[in-house]
Design a protein around this ligand. Structure first.
Ligand SMILES: C[S@@+](CC[C@H](N)C(=O)[O-])C[C@H]1O[C@@H](n2cnc3c(N)ncnc32)[C@H](O)[C@@H]1O
Length: 322
């Protein structure tokens, strides 16, 4: 496609909702998880990028867009036989391998990582031949969500380390609902540098979009993906936000109030419970251990909860959730 035609189409998009019903003549629509070429094209145009680098180059969508827009390109993918000459075979998780020089003077790096844990999509041994039989172990698509996100974040940080100050890192990530669980890649994404802006990419013609969900489900059909644009402010600083999951018993939490823990105990004991049972439920936990008057505190909290109607006083020293 001619550069002028591309720019004319892109000029119609003025806000952070990116909707391109056609994927354009770039890359390969049969390659699973391929993205519309209009997405890299939009950001190349927006940031006036002249040198683009890409991790997870896939079927060559961004390569083809750069060719048509007259932009220099280098990409990497785990595929041992990449489909374009500007794409090198490389495992982004192998730190013994350096990124190509083109990452070090890129003004934009694009990443469209696999959506780990969607197992009906396969790269190693399916979209490309796993020639030595070991790539399947390094294929992020094959990993569970937690390991896959660690790998994706490793890729985000590696690309960021290489980028020069002032450049943009554009990450297109999916919102996954698989096997009854909803997982947001965006919410688990590492953000080095400055989160410059986020965008929503509307989904068109996806397999999940053709599915019919029962109207009674409390899930809406996923109709979008997310794009995070990160900007690198300076040369040496490596600052990043990396989401981490914390899990503990609320009775041991420093920030849970007496109202929170007593209410949790009454609810969990179920039916009617007496003071002794409520003491026992809280006794061996950090909240009680930190207060010498913990029994009095529990009784006082129970009184207040009963006054506000959240629990009911069902007999002497007997309580139930309302
Ligand atoms: C969602 S696809 C990218 C599709 C691409 N945007 C397109 O339009 O064709 C993700 C790519 O990540 C590659 N990949 C998976 N694990 C990798 C790894 N460890 N290192 C580098 N690439 C990897 C897969 O081979 C796949 O091509």
């Amino acid at each position: 496609m001619r550069k002028e035609e591309i720019e004319m189409e892109l000029a119609k998009h003025t806000d952070t909702i990116l909707s391109f019903p056609n994927r354009g003549p770039w890359g390969d629509s049969r390659y699973r998880g391929n993205c519309s070429g209009w997405i890299p094209a939009y950001f190349i145009n927006k940031y006036h990028a002249k040198r683009v680098a890409e991790v997870f180059a896939g079927s060559g969508t961004t390569y083809d867009v750069c060719r048509d827009m007259g932009v220099r390109y280098v990409g990497i993918d785990l595929n041992p036989n990449p489909p374009r000459d500007g794409i090198l075979s490389m495992d982004i998780l192998d730190d013994a391998m350096e990124l190509p020089d083109g990452f070090y003077d890129a003004d934009m790096v694009f990443l469209h990582p696999p959506y780990p844990s969607i197992h009906n999509v396969r790269y190693a041994g399916n979209m490309w031949q796993d020639t030595d039989g070991t790539r399947i172990l390094r294929d992020i698509q094959e990993m569970n969500f937690e390991d896959g996100m660690k790998a994706v974040n490793h890729a985000v940080l590696r690309a960021y380390n290489a980028m020069p100050a002032g450049s943009y890192e554009v990450c297109l990530v999916g919102e996954i609902r698989a096997k009854g669980e909803y997982r947001s890649m965006m919410q688990n994404l590492a953000i080095p540098g400055i989160l410059h802006q986020t965008f929503i990419k509307l989904q068109h013609n996806t397999v999940s979009g053709r599915r019919t969900y029962s109207g009674s489900s409390d899930f809406a059909l996923t109709g979008h993906e997310m794009i995070a644009v990160i900007k690198k402010p300076s040369g040496y600083e490596l600052a990043f936000v990396m989401p981490k999951r914390y899990s503990m018993d609320i009775r041991d939490s420093q920030m849970a109030t007496w109202k929170d823990v007593v209410m949790a105990a009454v609810r969990n004991l179920g039916g009617a419970s007496n003071n002794e049972e409520i003491y026992a439920a809280l006794e061996h936990h950090a909240k009680a251990a930190a207060n010498v008057n913990w029994k009095a505190k529990i009784r006082q909290t129970l009184q207040k909860l009963a006054q506000s109607g959240l629990i009911t006083h069902v007999g002497t020293g007997q309580w139930a959730a309302a």
